[in-house]
Write a protein that binds this ligand. Structure first.
Ligand code: G3I
Length: 366
């Protein structure tokens, strides 16, 4: 009953705020269009979680029914000092989810990147093990009843499918991955548990990912799903590899998710999303500051349409599609791998207006 009332309140607010902010009431809703197929998620940044722009909040809750924190649950932010946790914004995210009936995917418990700075001063296996155990136990148990899922381990693989050299692999050995799943399951028994990576649709990395999943399963720990991040490039989306990956991961008994979807349109000389890789800035690397040329816009639309066609074909296996950002203006791809670029990787433009790609995607449901 309370929920129904809230929903009515939200719809009314959408009408009012829509009129104020100028975003059109006639924009169809992605989450509604795909409600019988899979969840539609977005990454949320601090300002969005804190609802600093009410009109934007209403836009977000009208389009998405799942959300992943873009940064605030990463260990550097949620666990800044050895014995200090900062739950202020993560707690607000959980409240946001409750208020608007949006399922929250926790991101992420164990990742080699965005670690707290104190980790650099630790040089013993015992201390790394203590950090690992305490971090998982404290964070996972705090949200055990109010988030839907965790990216338990993120990006543990190299491109050739071997295990990435990280502080966890170095000190704890390869068993750290299954152990992370076991500890999370213990702390949060009712939360879904996922492994998440980029390029894990590529054959070599996929083989490594399958191997890693089988080891978790053989250890007796539970793993519910695998996230394919989906940071792809316009005109080069690897559709065949994506389809093959959906089939192979689902054959392991796992849910398949596209967890950080964006299709970038700017020049780049490598694939993937390794945040340590950077490129030098020069004007040729930032060609569309005045707007996206029509041919690129159409290619982007065609890529998104073909992707969603594939997701729909396998909707019995694909449970969620999450975009890495609400609109082009807040995408991380404006700042990486070259700072200060104007990128156009999502379905909504900088004013939350639908792009041609949005209409192609929504058109699949008409
Ligand atoms: O919060 C600080 C701020 O205090 C400081 O003034 C500013 C100066 O640069 O930096 C701010 O931190 C930035 C943070 O985002 C919050 O905006 C970091 O520099 C920046 O590196 C960080 O980037 C994030 C990146 O992960 C870091 O690893 C991106 O927003 C985020 O989109 C990205 O997300 C990752 C996924 O978690 C995992 N998969 C790849 C994906 C894209 O890289």
């Amino acid at each position: 009953m309370i929920f129904k009332k809230n929903r009515r309140a939200v719809s009314t607010a959408i009408l009012i705020m829509g009129a104020i902010s100028g975003f059109s009431q006639s924009i169809p809703s992605l989450k509604d269009a795909f409600k019988n197929d899979f969840g539609i998620g977005t990454a949320l940044n601090n300002s969005q979680i804190e609802e600093r722009d009410p009109a934007l909040t209403q836009f977000i809750v009208s389009q998405f029914n799942m959300a992943t924190p873009e940064n605030v649950m990463k260990s550097a932010l949620i666990h800044p000092k050895w014995d200090t946790y900062d739950f202020v914004v993560p707690d607000k995210l959980v409240e946001f989810g409750k208020k608007y009936n949006i399922k929250i995917n926790g991101h992420t418990l164990i990742w080699h990147s965005q670690l707290p700075s104190f980790i650099r001063g630790i040089h013993s296996k015992d201390s790394i093990q203590t950090f690992f155990n305490d971090h998982i136990k404290t964070v996972a148990s705090r949200y055990k009843d109010n988030i839907f899922s965790w990216d338990v381990v993120n990006e543990a693989l190299n491109e050739d499918g071997t295990l990435r050299k990280t502080v966890f692999l170095d000190y704890l050995g390869e068993g750290y991955i299954a152990e992370a799943f076991r500890l999370t399951q213990q702390a949060a028994p009712n939360v879904e548990l996922y492994y998440n990576d980029y390029n894990n649709e590529q054959p070599a990395k996929r083989a490594g990912c399958i191997n890693l999943i089988k080891k978790i399963q053989a250890s007796g720990a539970r793993i519910d799903g695998v996230g394919i991040q989906g940071h792809w490039h316009v005109g080069k989306v690897p559709f065949k590899d994506i389809e093959e990956s959906i089939l192979q991961y689902a054959a392991l008994g796992l849910k398949v998710m596209f967890t950080e979807l964006d299709i970038e349109v700017l020049p780049r000389n490598f694939q993937g999303a390794d945040v340590n890789q950077r490129m030098a800035s020069n004007p040729a690397m930032n060609p569309y500051t005045a707007g996206l040329p029509d041919d690129v816009q159409q290619q982007l639309a065609a890529d998104y349409e073909a992707l969603f066609k594939l997701f729909l074909k396998h909707k019995d296996k694909v449970t969620r599609v999450t975009f890495w950002g609400v609109n082009d203006g807040n995408s991380w791809l404006n700042g990486w791998p070259v700072r200060g670029r104007t990128n156009y990787p999502l379905l909504f433009d900088r004013n939350n207006q639908p792009k041609p790609a949005f209409y192609k995607v929504i058109g699949l449901k008409k």
